[in-house]
Design a protein around this ligand. Structure first.
Ligand SMILES: Cc1cc2nc3c(=O)[nH]c(=O)nc-3n(C[C@H](O)[C@H](O)[C@H](O)COP(=O)(O)OP(=O)(O)OC[C@H]3O[C@@H](n4cnc5c(N)ncnc54)[C@H](O)[C@@H]3O)c2cc1C
Ligand code: FES
Length: 274
């Protein structure tokens, strides 16, 4: 659905990372973990294209008169023109939104451990997932990584859900020093072959490493991809990524916006561009 949304708040939560809360129609409450929205960040034609952002959280407020309003939140990192413009908007301003879009995470067997792996802004789609998994009584752990502590967002909110959080930073300013995949591997060693499902979102090298860990240990793994997108609804094919059978002679592409952004890692080709 396309709708005009009013910004309720838009605050910088860590250097370069922002959190925005927006109004939504009642039907938006059905958004599922891993889905995203396309946001038109400016009223003018520049930038022309909407920008995709994960749905971080969805909620509703009931007023004294009994009316209920739905809102949702996004976390975003300022990286270019669109996100800079977004960061300049204030409460009361309005933006045009398309969504919720795409295929989100699949919850799997409730009893097995769910291991969520987020790198930097890749934590954004994992909060709603963690909340849903906790609701289903699944044991949930978060492995959060970043360059420094500034990249580790909203950990207290994950902890409030009862999620065990393991952190790693490249500069050692929070948690273990190094890549978050080291902590993930250590935990998987300790599980000693017990079943677990991995869910990951973050930079491509991290996703590739998590997909390899899952393949080596024969574990199911869902990854949420952040391809560049133009339409967000499967019309332009600007967001395709190679599928597992892709080769120079046999093209096999997956449309990230319509078939994803969440895929089983084993369905993708983990070459240079996946
Ligand atoms: C399904 C999906 C969900 C996303 N969720 C979030 C989210 O929750 N929070 C968030 O901050 N970002 C998210 N992104 C990425 C976000 O869409 C881009 O950062 C944003 O479009 C950049 O817009 P811009 O105009 O500021 O940057 P541009 O001016 O378009 O680009 C600036 C720089 O950022 C790089 N860039 C642009 N888009 C991407 C991308 N998708 N991945 C990596 N690098 C990119 C460009 O190559 C360029 O170097 C998501 C992307 C997808 C596809
Ligand atoms: S962004 Fe147009 S098809 Fe995916």
């Amino acid at each position: 659905m396309e709708f005009n949304s009013t910004i309720l708040s838009n605050v910088e939560m860590s250097p370069n990372y922002w959190r925005i809360r927006l109004t939504a129609p009642a039907a938006f409450a059905a958004a599922t973990p891993g889905q995203f929205v396309m946001v038109r960040v400016g009223g003018s034609i520049d930038p022309l294209l909407r920008r995709p952002f994960a749905v971080y959280d969805v909620g509703s407020t009931t007023k004294a008169d009994g009316t209920t309003t739905v809102h949702f939140e996004m976390l975003y990192k300022v990286v270019g023109k669109g996100t800079t413009l977004l960061s300049r908007l204030h409460g009361g301003d309005s933006v045009d939104i398309l969504g919720p879009l795409g295929q989100g995470f699949v919850f799997g067997d409730d009893d097995e451990e769910k291991l969520l792996v987020g790198g930097g802004i890749g934590l954004a789609p994992l909060y709603l997932l963690a909340r849903e998994l906790v609701k289903r009584n699944s044991p949930v752990r978060l492995f959060a990584g970043g360059r420094s502590r500034n990249d580790l967002l909203c950990l207290d909110e994950f902890e409030r859900l009862g999620v065990d959080c393991h952190t790693a930073t490249e500069d050692g300013s929070h948690g273990a020093t190094g890549f978050v995949t080291v902590a993930l591997n250590q935990h998987l060693d300790a599980l000693a072959g017990k079943k677990a499902t991995l869910y990951a979102c973050g930079p491509d090298p991290m996703l590739r490493a998590v997909a390899k860990i899952a393949a080596d240990r024969a574990l199911p793994c869902q990854v949420s991809l952040e391809a560049a997108m133009a339409c967000g609804v499967g019309a332009c094919l600007g967001c395709v990524t190679p599928g597992k059978n892709h080769s120079a002679h046999t093209p096999d592409y997956r449309c990230v916006c319509a078939e994803g952004p969440v895929f089983e890692s084993s369905e993708l080709k983990w070459g240079a561009s996946a």
